[in-house]
Design a protein around this ligand. Structure first.
Ligand SMILES: Cc1cc2nc3c(=O)[nH]c(=O)nc-3n(C[C@H](O)[C@H](O)[C@H](O)COP(=O)(O)OP(=O)(O)OC[C@H]3O[C@@H](n4cnc5c(N)ncnc54)[C@H](O)[C@@H]3O)c2cc1C
Length: 376
């Protein structure tokens, strides 16, 4: 089937775009939305459930040396907050908006490939229900995540910046009340842990593990015990156990390609950059990319001007590198590194003490965590 009507062909169906999707599995990943992301989703008409069900948080807690300290984001940033609302819920809202608009959307596609993006007639080829399809469009938005096909199509033209970390995160989703109403980031001698939530009755919990660890090594009992130890549960906090609905191990990496566009192909989201999830920035960056791209495309179709399209990569990369820095910093501050010396561990604790005792340092964390304004 040939479709000649499209101006922009999207490959991928995550936060960065939706049009052709390989598959939508029940992956539970992002949950922390910056204020700018929330505002963008509301302005785009997909914020109704988010506003009803999202949990607005005005602070986070840091736990180390057996004590917890609250970073009051709201006060330190002049009123900013984050909203906890699952990535899978955002995707559901996007699908609904697309279907309500009767716009083209293909699920469970296979054999996707992109062609001629250096010409005036870019094409996307794929199979749907076994039938070959071909889309002709003016532009291709490569929103197909880290393992998609768009970045590899131009990889020889790109510069790659990468760092892999010597640990991963074991994450669980469990039916139990979160230990606290706000997220708790734990620095612990046995490794990092994060106590987060999806709803008031569903917790999302993570523990640092070896990058090559296997989920089979982690019985439910072992997971709860480890979480309890790293949280210092038993003091004023209670870790309520419950049925584990999902568990998995995620590797940790920082990754950026430059430029983020080549010819008529524009990469957005994880297709172009990855951050370790400690800073909760990946999905927020994906939304920021498509915001920049949509404005550039709108300007092009309104006036024929290409300046914003030409500046797409440079504009996005300014935010991307700020987020890369913050995510690297949070990761370095809170995790145990296998090659760390006692000197390095003392430095981590000294920095944590600085963050909780210096208003300037706490403000820097709060500003980056709650999100840069979208207009930089
Ligand atoms: C444990 C964890 C926790 C996280 N927490 C947060 C958080 O709190 N806040 C935050 O902002 N970020 C967080 N992130 C990061 C966030 O999940 C990602 O950055 C975000 O999903 C990127 O969105 P995306 O649309 O670019 O890519 P994806 O969400 O990966 O979507 C890509 C889509 O493209 C489709 N696709 C792939 N290949 C093809 C193909 N060949 N043809 C067609 N379609 C294809 C896929 O099926 C998928 O639907 C977290 C990540 C992890 C792992």
């Amino acid at each position: 089937m040939i479709n000649n009507e499209l101006r922009i062909g999207f490959v991928g169906f995550g936060e960065a775009g939706y049009h052709i999707a390989k598959g939508l599995r029940g992956r539970i990943r992002a949950g922390v939305l910056e204020q700018g992301t929330v505002n963008t989703l509301i302005k785009s008409g997909v914020g109704e459930r988010l506003q009803q069900q999202g949990l607005v948080h005005h602070g986070i807690e840091l736990s180390f040396s057996g004590r917890r300290h609250r970073i009051n984001m709201h006060e330190l940033t002049g009123g900013r907050a984050i909203t906890v609302y699952g990535q899978t819920e955002v995707v559901k809202d996007l699908i609904k908006a697309r279907l309500d608009a009767n716009a083209a959307l293909y699920f469970e596609v296979t054999d996707t490939s992109i062609h001629d993006f250096e010409t005036h007639d870019p094409r996307i080829l794929f199979r749907h229900n076994g039938q070959p399809h071909e889309i002709h469009c003016h532009f291709i938005a490569g929103c197909d995540g880290f393992h998609g096909i768009c970045r590899p199509a131009i990889i020889g033209r790109l510069q790659v910046f990468e760092r892999t970390y010597p640990f991963g995160w074991l994450g669980i989703l469990a039916e139990s009340t979160p230990p606290s109403e706000e997220l708790i980031y734990c620095h612990h001698e046995r490794g990092f842990a994060l106590f987060s939530m999806r709803t008031p009755n569903i917790t999302r919990l993570y523990i640092q593990c070896a990058p090559d660890d296997h989920i089979a090594n982690w019985s439910d009992n072992r997971i709860w015990e480890e979480l309890s130890t790293r949280l210092h549960a038993g003091g004023d906090l209670e870790l309520k156990e419950g049925p584990i609905l999902q568990k998995g191990i995620t590797p940790m990496r920082s990754f950026v390609v430059e430029p983020m566009h080549w010819g008529k192909l524009f990469l957005a989201g994880d297709a172009a950059h990855i951050v370790p999830p400690t800073g909760a920035k990946g999905m927020n960056l994906a939304v920021a990319d498509v915001r920049v791209l949509s404005r550039a495309l709108a300007t092009y179709y309104q006036s024929g001007q290409t300046e914003l399209l030409d500046a797409y990569s440079a504009t996005c990369l300014r935010r991307v590198w700020r987020a890369e820095y913050f995510s690297w910093w949070m990761t370095s501050l809170l995790h145990q590194f296998p090659d760390a010396t006692p000197f390095h561990e003392k430095l981590q604790l000294a920095e944590l003490e600085y963050v909780i005792h210096s208003r300037a340092a706490a403000t820097a964390l709060a500003e980056s965590y709650s999100g840069l304004p979208f207009d930089i």
